[in-house]
Design a protein around this ligand. Structure first.
Ligand code: ZN
Length: 136
């Protein structure tokens, strides 16, 4: 079942496999929240100095491929590693300047997943979003 516990296990798994060089400078917790159409996730530095990674709660539905969750978590981890909403040193002025997130993801082996994600957004996501948010 895709609950917050599962999501955090996923995050720690990705971190230890593909972001092992990124030091964990505070507590980082992930949770499902929101049903956004134009946002898959975000990272926030909380007042208690923990970082919180939020993933679109519609991704709890098994109809959404797991790689979408993985790449969302990885995207937010890149922000963390660049010092955005994390205690780490800020490396850039803007979190998405010049495609830095995608470049970093490619460097870390997500090139194929980026293609899959683009295809998913182009061909499936908006229909699925409609379906998953449909009010009876
Ligand atoms: Zn981003």
């Amino acid at each position: 079942m895709r609950d917050d516990k599962w999501l955090n296990q996923r995050l720690n798994h990705i971190w230890s496999l593909l972001f092992i060089d990124v030091s964990k400078a505070n507590n980082v917790n992930a949770r499902f929240k929101g049903k956004w159409r134009n946002k898959f996730g975000h990272i926030k530095l909380l007042r208690n100095k923990n970082s919180e990674i939020v993933v679109n709660s519609l991704f709890k539905d098994p109809v959404i491929p797991e790689y979408i969750i993985d790449i969302t978590l990885a995207h937010e981890l890149v922000h963390y590693s660049h010092g955005f909403n994390s205690p780490l040193k800020k490396l850039y002025k803007h979190p998405h300047k010049g495609g830095i997130v995608e470049k970093e993801l490619k460097k870390r082996g997500f090139e194929n997943m980026i293609k899959l994600e683009k295809d998913f957004i182009k061909n499936k996501w908006f229909k699925l979003h409609k379906l998953l948010t449909y009010d009876l």
